[in-house]
Design a protein around this ligand. Structure first.
Ligand SMILES: C[S@@+](CC[C@H](N)C(=O)[O-])C[C@H]1O[C@@H](n2cnc3c(N)ncnc32)[C@H](O)[C@@H]1O
Length: 265
């Protein structure tokens, strides 16, 4: 586990807003970041538009978990949705409030954590957790995301795989760098995630596996789960109930652990 819950909250509140703004501003297909030298740029909104075009949202409402300053709200509004946003960071939510509190399509914006959402069961037609799930305690967060979703509703979820290519140096550097700065970062065992979703009666409507760091930004993916990949995007349709989730993720990827072990040999 990376830090306790209050240090995690302080991290997101104090340090992260300026960094993520710069990453989103420079986001595009191709090229390397000037924020982290040599790192591929992060994905821009067009990547998300392509996923939503292929698997459209259900009509009605959408909860954006980890909404930051409401980066994705224009996209959701264009799809005709009523939008609610939550984020762990007070400063992100203050920005979102400044930008969106008068917008008739934005119904609520509040500080809240993915693992404990202030909404009734089966409240939303859609939930999105984009570039956030990897920062959460995933067993708890997944249960909450599914709890607030209506049966038949869609969950749009991205994360990082626990077993990426061992020569994916930007991925390994990012993992090590994140740990150094105390950035909460958990790597999902997606085969367990898929199995537990199926056992609990949920259906995966679309799958994208991005083999290497940077492939999300260029939308280079495969649909069948490969043995090794760095990031994933799943669109999940909720079954009749929520279910329970366990052992989904670890704070160190298997790739990092294997590399550390072989270095020690
Ligand atoms: C990488 S940013 C992504 C923001 C936005 N979803 C996007 O795609 O641009 C991660 C966001 O998740 C928020 N966050 C991190 N952990 C969270 C948690 N446990 N619950 C809710 N929000 C969280 C952070 O404050 C930050 O705004």
């Amino acid at each position: 586990m990376t830090g306790d819950r209050s240090s995690r909250k302080r991290y997101w509140d104090a340090q992260y807003t300026a960094y993520w703004k710069k990453r989103v501003e420079e986001a595009s297909e191709g090229g390397t970041s000037s924020v982290i030298q040599g790192d591929p740029k992060t994905e821009d909104d067009s990547v998300y538009e392509r996923v939503f075009a292929k698997t459209p949202t259900r009509a009605g409402s959408l909860l954006d978990v980890g909404c930051a300053w409401g980066r994705m709200f224009p996209l959701y509004k264009a799809m005709g949705l009523d939008v609610c946003g939550v984020d762990i960071s007070e400063s992100m939510i203050a920005e979102a409030m400044r930008a969106w509190s008068d917008d008739p399509d934005v119904k609520s914006i509040q500080v809240s954590e993915a693992e404990s959402l202030p909404f009734e069961d089966a409240f939303f037609d859609n939930v999105a957790i984009l570039a956030v799930f990897d920062a959460t305690y995933q067993n708890e967060a997944l249960g909450e995301l599914l709890r607030v979703l209506k049966p038949g509703g869609h969950l749009y979820l991205t994360g990082k795989g626990h077993f990426y290519h061992k020569d994916d140096k930007p991925a390994l550097d990012a993992e090590i760098g994140a740990r150094r700065k105390g950035h909460p970062n958990y790597f999902t065992d997606v085969s367990k995630l898929r199995a537990q979703l199926a056992d609990n009666g949920h259906e995966i409507l679309a799958s994208y596996y991005f083999p290497r760091r940077g492939d999300f930004a260029s939308f280079t993916y495969v649909e069948e789960p490969p043995e090794r990949f760095y990031e994933y995007f799943l669109v999940i349709q909720k079954g009749p109930s929520v279910g329970t989730y366990h052992n989904l993720a670890e704070a160190e990827s298997q790739t990092y652990l294997d590399q550390a072990r072989s270095g020690a040999d």
